[in-house]
Design a protein around this ligand. Structure first.
Ligand code: KG4
Ligand code: ZN
Length: 368
């Protein structure tokens, strides 16, 4: 609808330069330039390489998104940008670009949270999020269960990983199996040809006395690495497909079990899954199966909206505009450890305390 806010979103928290444009909950453009290939030989994202790549890709990606959406920058109602969490130098490129465009075009600026954006993006696929929303957020840097009564202002952590993130576990196991980086997509593919029950890998924090909603993947990672090493030491072939399938099953079994339990305990009848790992085909299938059995409605965006992108930032920005949330001011800083409980970074004018906090962090980022 023409009266819904037209918002451009910029995402540069990791290795994807993403620029998305939405009108309300309608996706108009989602341009992504990835530097993933430049990091592959290092086995992980190299922050300095990511920052430089963002700098080169920023303006062309913004122009491509505007062209794809068929809109003029002058027509925008706001510019949203990932203010954190993420790599400090990478975030800084997006935040600086967003400020420059907001200033030059005289448009309101919205510094938003990357994690809340991974949840809000589902509005582009399945319409407005129910309130509250139960969300399982699984990415390269985070694994959390979140209860969000209002995605623009109230996000409550129910549980989180106590060690590795789910995506990190995929990436580390891919390295053990010499499959390259990032590990998630290749393990997903190989696992389809393997037996998920071939090897009984451990399910972390699933004992009756363990915290119900927290996760742990480091024990699993060690168990898989030891199993593979024992095979190699014995001079035997490593059944890569079976290892991939059994490892993946252990991860998605725990994720879906705990997410369904959280929904039941809290009386929430639907579950949203977001973040890069939500692109995993087995996670999607098992979640569907278990949610259906429990009478829970599952919402997962299509894979291209699960991995980092600008549309998710625009989606949350549009929601901020629609709900009249205060805009950020031009002193907005990137906050590499922005807590999940802060969906957006409002202006300093009505948050004096936050101002000091942001100021300290920006100094810290400069000198660290
Ligand atoms: O959300 P995202 O794009 O970036 C972060 O915010 O971290 O997530 C990236 C993570 C990587 O660890 C990657 O291996 C994982 O998501 N991933 C997958 C799949 N596609 C991406 N993990 C499992 N299966 C997939 N198909
Ligand atoms: Zn992400």
């Amino acid at each position: 609808m023409a009266d819904e806010p037209l918002v451009l979103g910029i995402e540069t928290s990791c290795d994807e330069t993403g620029v998305g444009i939405v009108r309300g909950t309608t996706l108009l453009a989602n341009a992504v330039a990835s530097s993933v290939d430049a990091h592959a030989r290092f086995g992980g994202v190299v922050p300095e390489i990511a920052s430089r790549a963002h700098l080169e890709a920023m303006v062309p990606t913004i122009e491509r998104a505007l062209k794809d959406a068929g809109v003029s920058a002058r027509d925008l109602d706001g510019i949203a940008v990932t203010a954190g969490p993420g790599l400090a130098g990478a975030l800084l490129v997006g935040v600086s670009a967003a400020k420059a465009y907001a200033y030059a075009l005289d448009k309101p600026l919205y510094g938003v949270n990357h994690l809340a954006s991974h949840i809000c993006v589902d509005q582009l696929e399945h319409g407005p999020l129910p309130e509250p929303t139960m969300a399982l957020l699984v990415s390269g840097g985070h694994s959390s269960l979140l209860l969000a009564p209002d995605i623009t202002s109230d996000v409550r952590p129910m549980g989180a990983t106590i060690d590795d993130a789910a995506g990190e576990a995929f990436d580390k196991i891919a390295r053990v199996l010499n499959l390259g980086f990032p590990g998630g997509p290749v393990i997903d593919r190989l696992a389809k040809e393997g037996d998920p029950n071939a090897i009984a890998f451990p399910r972390g924090l699933t004992g009756s006395r363990d915290p119900a909603y927290d996760f742990s993947f480091s024990g699993l990672k060690t168990a898989v690495a030891r199993w593979v090493e024992a095979k190699r030491n014995a001079g035997e072939d490593v059944p890569v497909r079976d290892v991939a399938a059994s490892f993946q099953e252990a991860v998605v079994d725990v994720l879906t079990r705990k997410a369904v339990r959280a929904c039941k305990d809290q009386g929430v009848d639907h579950l949203m899954i977001g973040g890069g790992v939500a692109a995993n085909s087995r996670l999607r299938a098992l979640a569907e199966e278990r949610c259906e059995r429990a009478g829970i409605r599952l919402r997962v965006p299509r894979p291209g909206l699960c991995t980092d992108n600008g549309a998710m930032v625009a989606a949350l920005g549009a929601e901020m505009v629609a709900r009249n949330r205060p805009a950020s001011d031009l002193e907005l800083s990137a906050d590499s450890s922005l807590p999940v409980t802060d969906p957006h970074v409002p202006g300093n004018h009505d948050h004096d305390h936050d101002h000091d906090h942001l100021h300290e962090i920006s100094k810290e980022n400069l000198y660290s």
